[in-house]
Design a binder for this molecule. Structure first.
Ligand SMILES: C[S@@+](CC[C@H](N)C(=O)[O-])C[C@H]1O[C@@H](n2cnc3c(N)ncnc32)[C@H](O)[C@@H]1O
Length: 215
């Protein structure tokens, strides 16, 4: 009876986002090429936690710290973590990018933060979240440390696929503050915060990985 009850709780808390299973291998490849060999990778807006439990055990010596603003997501990440139990996956922490100080800035971590990863947030949040992301990254990351952004972007004012244009319409009808961002506008924000765009990588399903480094 007790086991049944635990399973029911798990089914409620552990959320699934099918896209994570489609994009995780390609993102992992990018991470392997751009992350420093050690330190703690800070994941902003970790969502369900499926990326965290997939990446952490495959990225060996680094620690992985998943965070999110949303309590339901934090519970989901904790459930996935409890089930998979990778030794280098740290407990999830609440983090709203709009906060002027992020809790991780005062947290005791097993290794200093050496990289920041943000997958699929800047188009599903107000533009101020993109600016706040780079504000926080500038406070936390040392020069040379990478920041990986992943998601759909417009390039030179154009969508890169009809499916992205349709997705953009859908996002804006849900919340007019959301929408697929112009890559050039994101790069301008990054530059204003002391980052350089090191690489733009075309990914499956018309997404991009954009790697910034602190100067
Ligand atoms: C589309 S989900 C992406 C989740 C995950 N990275 C993935 O790719 O499956 C967007 C995430 O951004 C988070 N988010 C939205 N606003 C945020 C904020 N102000 N600070 C931190 N996270 C935020 C949401 O809670 C949600 O988990």
């Amino acid at each position: 009876m007790r086991f049944f009850w635990l399973a029911a709780i798990d089914a409620v808390t552990k959320r699934h986002a099918p896209a994570t299973e489609r994009n995780r291998e390609a993102i992992l490849e990018v991470l392997r090429n751009c992350l420093p060999d050690e330190g703690t990778v800070l994941e902003i807006s970790a969502g369900t936690g499926q990326h965290a439990v997939f990446f952490a055990p495959r990225l060996g010596a680094r620690y992985w710290l998943p965070t999110d603003i949303d309590e339901i997501s934090l519970a989901s990440i904790a459930s996935w973590r409890e089930e998979a139990a990778p030794v280098n996956l740290l407990p999830p922490q609440p983090l709203d990018v709009l906060d002027l100080v992020w809790p991780v800035e005062a947290a005791e971590l097993p290794a200093p933060i050496s990289a920041l990863v943000n997958i699929n947030m800047v188009h599903i949040a107000p533009w101020s979240c993109c600016e706040a992301l780079f504000d926080g990254a500038a406070r936390i990351l040392k020069p040379g440390a990478p920041l990986l952004l992943y998601g759909p972007f417009r390039r030179e004012g154009q969508h890169t696929a009809a499916s992205n244009a349709a997705f953009d319409d859908q996002l804006r009808s849900q919340d007019p503050r959301w929408g697929v961002r112009d890559l050039e506008a994101v790069i301008n924000v990054a530059v204003d915060h002391g980052f350089a765009c090191r690489e733009v990588i075309e990914m499956p399903a018309h997404n991009l990985s954009v790697i910034f480094v602190g100067l």
